[in-house]
Design a protein around this ligand. Sequence first.
Ligand SMILES: Nc1nc2c(ncn2[C@@H]2O[C@H](COP(=O)(O)OP(=O)(O)OP(=O)(O)O)[C@@H](O)[C@H]2O)c(=O)[nH]1
Ligand SMILES: [Mg+2]
Length: 257
Amino acid sequence: MTQDIYLYLIGTAGSGKSTLSHTYYEWAQIQGIDAILVNLDPGAENLPYTPDVDIRDWISLKEVMDVHGLGPNGAQIACADMLALNTDDVKESISSFKTDFVICDTPGQLELFVFRQSGPFIIKTLNPGRSMIAYLIDHVLAKNPSAFVSHLLLSLSTQLRMGIPQMNLLSKADLLTTEETDQVVEWSINPESLQNAFMQQQQSVYNQVNEQIARLLCDFPFAESLIPVSQKDFKGIEDMYTMIQLLFEGGEDTQRD
Ligand SMILES: Nc1nc2c(ncn2[C@@H]2O[C@H](COP(=O)(O)OP(=O)(O)OP(=O)(O)O)[C@@H](O)[C@H]2O)c(=O)[nH]1
Ligand SMILES: [Mg+2]
C-alpha cells in the first residue's frame, strides 16, 4: 500500500518553492523513495523540473490573459479561482501514479492560493488527512527581526487558514553564514533572544508591538520546527522527511475537526 502523503510547498514569491520541490524530489529518488512532482502554478515559467502532473495542462495564464483581456494580476486571480474547477482532473491524474509522496509546488502569489478558495479546496479534495505544508521563509527576509516576525505571522495565518500540519523552513540557507542561520533559528525558539534583537534596534512603538507578537508566536509549537534548507548539499531535506514521517507514523490521519 502506498503512503499517499501530500506535501505542499508554500511561500511568498521567489522564496524557493519550485527549487525546493525539485530538491526534495531528487533526494527522494536517491533514497529510493517513490515520489511525484505536481505543479499547481498556472503561471509558472521555466520550472527547474519536469512535472509529473501539471496544472498548465488544464489552465494557462497566457490563454486566460488573451481570452479574457486581462492583465497579469487579474489573470492570476482568475487562474487561482479556476484551479478549483480542475481539482478532480488533477486528483485522477495523481491517483494513476500510485505513489508514496506527492510533492505539490504552489503558485508564486501565496495570497491567491492561501486566502482565496482554491488552496483549501484543493487540499480538502486531494487528501486532507495525509497532507502537510512546508512553509518557506525567505532567508533575506528572515535576517531582520521585524521582517522575521511579519513572516511568522504570515506563516501562522497560512496554518490557520489551511487547517493542516505545517513545518516552517528557512529557505536558501546556503546564502546565510552559519552565525546568521543559528541566530534566526534561535529567534524561532527563544522569544527572549528576539526581544533582545528588538532592544538593540531604535526604540519605537512598532518594536514594542513586534516584541509582544514575537512572544505570542513563540508560544505556538510550530515555531520550534524552523528547519534551515537549501538546494546545496540537500541541506535540511532529511530533517523535513523525518518530520513528515513522524507526523504520519502509524498511518494516522491528521485532519483537524
Ligand atoms: N542559493 C540558492 N538559491 C536558491 C535556492 N532555492 C532557490 N534559489 C533561487 O531563488 C530563485 C527563486 O527560486 P524559485 O524556486 O523559482 O522560487 P519560487 O518560490 O518557486 O518562485 P515563484 O514561483 O516565482 O514564486 C531562483 O533564482 C533560484 O535559483 C537555494 O536553496 N539556494
Ligand atoms: Mg515557483
